[in-house]
Ligand binder design. Sequence first.
Ligand code: NDP
Ligand SMILES: O=C(O)C1=N[C@H](C(=O)O)C[C@H](O)C1
Length: 234
Amino acid sequence: MNIALLGYGKMGKTIEQIAIKRGHTIVLTVDKGDEGYDITKADVAIDFSIPTVAFNNISNCINNGVPVISGTTGWLHDYDKAVNLCKEKKGAFIYASNYSLGVNIFFELNKTLAKMMSTLKQYNVSMEEIHHTQKLDAPSGTAISLANDIIANNANFEAWKLDETAEKTIPIVAKRIEDVPGTHTVNYESEVDTITIEHVAHTRQGFALGAVIAAEWIVGKTGVFTMNDVLNIG
Ligand SMILES: NC(=O)C1=CN([C@@H]2O[C@H](COP(=O)(O)OP(=O)(O)OC[C@H]3O[C@@H](n4cnc5c(N)ncnc54)[C@H](OP(=O)(O)O)[C@@H]3O)[C@@H](O)[C@H]2O)C=CC1
Ligand SMILES: O=C(O)C1=N[C@H](C(=O)O)C[C@H](O)C1
């Protein structure tokens, strides 16, 4: 498969290594300032760029008939526009806040735990995410997915807030520590005990492998998909 990498930073370079090992060819890499490139030489594009350019990168792929996988976080105010464009142009598009198999299993555990805790009002939920110091957005896309899944599965919570505690609200603490690839923790705390579930990424390899698997999966398909479709879970 011929792959275009939109964003050639930490993730773009990790994806390149894994894609080549799996027999693919990187035909295009795009970084800040690269313009006028021909996206149509790629069978599929993988966008891990920055929040302010992700929507443009995705639209450009969809407008040119190139299936696109996006892992960039912090641009979701435009997600519905991307979905509508994809439907209108009969394109193919996946966004996931986290492509790793482990986190996608963790998402399912989080939903199940949220349902179980919905009748147990003595427990307060809180979340923490830790990432490297170059990260541009907070809270992480993964933390937002986890919080939204709790809200969808537990009527005791209606919203999430960064660094704030309020009624019916999930507080999220975002920490930035050198070289941490990504750690997410969900805590339910009562007066007598604490229940914790946690995912710790040791490297970026899991995110990158998931993105390449999603790219392999989407070629030849039409529609807006999620990692649950790719991994057949959930
Ligand atoms: N969904 C998932 O599984 C994961 C998502 N992520 C997300 O992916 C994104 C990228 O992460 P990471 O690789 O660590 O970040 P990096 O900062 O290492 O890489 C981002 C790259 O995007 C480049 N860029 C800037 N402008 C453009 C543009 N107009 N078009 C294309 N590329 C551009 C940057 O170039 P320059 O440095 O020159 O500005 C940089 O090389 C983040 O949003 C992060 O949160 C990360 C890991 C996993
Ligand atoms: O910026 C990162 O590095 C990561 N970003 C994603 C997020 O915001 O959830 C996924 C992963 O945690 C690494």
